[in-house]
Design a protein around this ligand. Sequence first.
Ligand code: NAD
Length: 321
Amino acid sequence: GADSGLSPHLRRSLGNTGIDVSPLGFGASPLGGVFGDVDEADGIRSVHEAVKLGVNFFDVSPYYGATKAETVLGKALKELPRDSFVVGSKVGRYGESTFDFSAARVTASVEESLARLNVDRLDLVQCHDIEFGDLDQVVNETLPALVKLREAGKVRAVGITGYPLDIFPYVLDRVPPGTLDVVLSYCRYTLADDALAGMLPALKAAGVGVINAAPLSMGLLTDAGPPPWHPASAAVKEASAAAAALCKERGSSLAALALQYALNADPLSVTSTVVGIDSTATLAKNVAVMMTPMDKTLLRDVKAIFKPVANVAWASGKFPG
Ligand code: NAD
């Protein structure tokens, strides 16, 4: 049921691709040191352990840790049977402010990712954070280049990612049907901001699979609080700290509630919720959280804390907050 725990062994089809992914996805950006140093051997073990526990979907990008996340994930994937995992990477973003969505660069980029990940085909390739680029270039040049790679069998599915929700209908309205298989949204289906929910019916009608990333809003919705670079406003950070304190008082954790909240999104619309995993300990914790039903009273009280600051977006790329 909608409020019971989920099994990591469940599978959902990524849009119309026939690619089956687990409801909990493994976000590999922490393996690139994005949230601080990680123990590489433990990071590799966490990938192997994830597959054993039923988590089969891995999200990465050359951007994360300047290719380090792909390299570490690739070391882990090398030891696994190819049909035991689904791996998605990205193109177009290479640094904090380094972007290149040209056909030539993204085509070369896929080859580089294949080499680092030790696979001969990507299950998914997505244009990374397109709100920083020219959306019309993404429509007219980048996506056609990725569709060619799909036709050549280098990638199985094609998508776009970004933070402002308006980018999704903008691109969907301008590409030929069947171009986009998947969209990845992040930080927009969380306890603090669930604006993605309003767009799910349209995305579902368009036949695209939806990946919901960063259910903890990039560390904001944790006891430890957000990293120093986190873009949320002071008011949202204060509400998060208050919510974390309340969860602690109730013998629970804000991170657990935040993950359960995202995992309980409409399963017909959201294919996989991708949470950042930095270690075997974080993996074990989140798989346990996934299988535990959500505390609805706590959810109501935490939602009340966020209500005055709910769904306040920050600026990203060429889009204002
Ligand atoms: P997140 O919301 O998943 O939070 C991750 C942070 O919370 C990490 O520091 C992690 O170690 C920590 N954490 C995880 N589980 C925890 C728990 N139970 N208790 C306490 N702390 C916990 O944010 P994220 O990692 O940025 O996002 C998840 C993944 O989604 C990324 O790794 C990436 O793969 C993907 N993502 C993609 C995009 C994009 O394509 N534009 C943007 C954001 C995220």
